[in-house]
Design a protein around this ligand. Structure first.
Ligand code: B1M
Length: 223
């Protein structure tokens, strides 16, 4: 099997939710010298995009989305240590969670992996995270950044609920807030008063580093 055939098979197997085959192909790809990024961006993510398109057209239903998501998550577990390989010291602490009412976590997990790879210490609160839980985690871990992920238009309003809870707890000035997720836009991030938004995992890392550098420079200039 050559590179193109492997990526095509990985795409096809993810599409039909064949988890064991996706795992085998991920391992085979690594043995062949393919990078985790090649498999992610040329097979796994495009395949899930097609799953979403078929769901929208009514050709796929929730069970198909679920098994495709599981197949992708399995591959991500193999790729995680490779993507998160880092020799750098912790650049900052990042508390992350998918908002209340939302169970999507693949995108969030990918952002976490890339953040870890860039040297962030990531505390993952999981999915369906209520505003009070974000507040507790900020009080407990004192992170530099808190990130909210939402993948449904119906759960995006939880960003505002989270912001209100953080403000009410008197924590807003102590933490940078980032938001993201498939339906989220820069405009929406501005409306809810977030400090940063990113469209994908690598942009999230870049934005997190920029916001942190800006915050530290501002703190330094006040001293
Ligand atoms: Co759902 N689902 N789903 N789903 N699902 C979507 C999101 C949908 C777009 C499909 C579609 O219609 N085309 C649609 C949402 C429509 C909308 O609201 N606009 C949808 C729907 C409708 C639903 C249900 C309501 C279906 C139903 O029950 N009738 C239901 C909701 C359940 C709930 O949450 N309450 C549901 C359920 C599910 C499953 C459980 C079956 C499964 C989730 C499995 C899991 O996550 N463990 C699932 C899946 C797999 C999908 C699709 C097919 C794939 C999502 C995914 O993992 N993408 C999805 C279709 C699609 O996205 N095209 C769909 C790959 C991932 C790498 O990309 O998630 O965009 P993404 O993450 C990116 C960025 O968003 C960004 O970086 C990530 C990595 O690059 N990012 C951040 C994410 N978080 C960030 C945070 C940041 C910065 C960047 O800073 C803090």
């Amino acid at each position: 099997m050559n590179r193109e055939e492997l990526l095509q098979q990985m795409y096809d197997s993810t599409l039909v939710g064949n988890g064991p085959e996706v795992l085998a192909l991920t391992n085979a790809g690594l043995s062949m010298g393919l990078s985790p990024e090649e498999m992610l961006f040329e097979a796994l993510i495009p395949s899930l995009e097609e799953v979403g398109a078929r769901f929208e057209r009514g050709d796929f239903f929730v069970p198909e989305m679920l098994i495709a998501g599981k197949a992708m998550s399995g591959a991500l577990e193999i790729l995680r240590p490779l993507l998160a390989e880092t020799g750098v010291e912790s650049v900052g602490t990042f508390v992350m969670g998918t908002v209340k009412g939302d169970v999507h976590d693949i995108g969030k997990n990918l952002v976490n992996i890339m953040l870890e790879g860039a040297g962030f210490h990531v505390i993952d609160l999981g999915v369906q995270v209520a505003p009070e839980r974000f507040v507790e985690a900020i009080e407990e871990h004192r992170p530099d950044i808190v990130g909210f992920s939402a993948f449904l238009t119906t759960t995006m309003p939880m960003f505002k609920a989270n912001m209100n809870a953080i403000e009410k707890a008197g924590l807003r000035d102590s933490v940078i807030v980032m938001v993201g997720g498939a339906p989220v836009t820069q405009e929406y991030a501005d409306v809810v008063g977030a400090d940063g938004y990113a469209a994908d995992a690598s942009a999230a890392v870049k934005r997190a580093k920029e916001l942190l550098a800006r915050r530290r420079a501002a703190a330094g200039s006040k001293v």
